[in-house]
Ligand binder design. Structure first.
Ligand SMILES: [Zn+2]
Length: 190
């Protein structure tokens, strides 16, 4: 008899790819669109808004500040001769500019697109430029929204997306946990 083990948090864990000031990184997109999540900065920490992807949920932090919209992507980068997966965070403005550049170069922001990320300074958004389509840069196991949602869940200590979940089911399961973190963060502010 084969028993299905529950998926572990470790199996979803991905290192966050950071681009330092004045440096650049090249990587391959594994999906065509980031997972968009609203977050708050509370006490110098990024916290997921309980209303992250849910339209009819009220959030005590949204009363105090406009949430920031962050996009999360699973990307693969060539490290020591092997494609390795990372989690990468983008702003909506960086992503919109990448899409515009893709259009100009008749490329699709799809899985397999090689992207160059540059950061000129810490107070400016990362600039993303399409490089071209990569050969062999797509890792099948990284496709699907659960991979990126799972990695985000590990970073923010939220429940993992379950098999069969839609994004809205997962967001609903995260809501009470995100609310506790946001309420704690707000209490420390006052
Ligand atoms: Zn909020």
């Amino acid at each position: 008899m084969v028993t299905m083990l529950p998926e572990s948090r470790a199996s979803f864990q991905l290192q966050l790819l950071k681009v330092g000031k004045g440096s650049l990184a090249e990587f391959v997109l594994q999906r065509e669109e980031p997972l968009w999540i609203k977050t708050h900065w509370l006490n110098g920490r990024q916290a997921v808004c309980p209303a992250a992807c849910l339209p009819d949920v009220d959030c005590p932090a949204c009363v105090e500040q406009i949430p920031r919209v962050s996009g999360f992507l699973v990307v693969a980068q060539l490290v020591a001769g092997r494609m390795r997966p990372f989690l990468f965070e983008v702003s909506d403005s960086s992503w919109a500019r990448l899409r515009m550049l893709c259009q100009m170069e008749k490329l699709e922001p799809s899985a397999g697109l090689m992207v160059c990320a540059r950061r000129q300074s810490f107070n400016r958004p990362i600039s993303l430029e399409p490089v071209g389509l990569s050969k062999g840069g797509v890792i099948d196991a990284l496709a699907g929204w659960r991979k990126v949602a799972g990695a985000v869940a590990v970073v923010f200590r939220l429940p993992l997306p379950e098999p069969g979940h839609e994004v809205s089911d997962w967001a609903a399961s995260c809501e009470p946990f995100a609310r506790v973190t946001v309420v704690r963060g707000l209490a420390k502010l006052s």
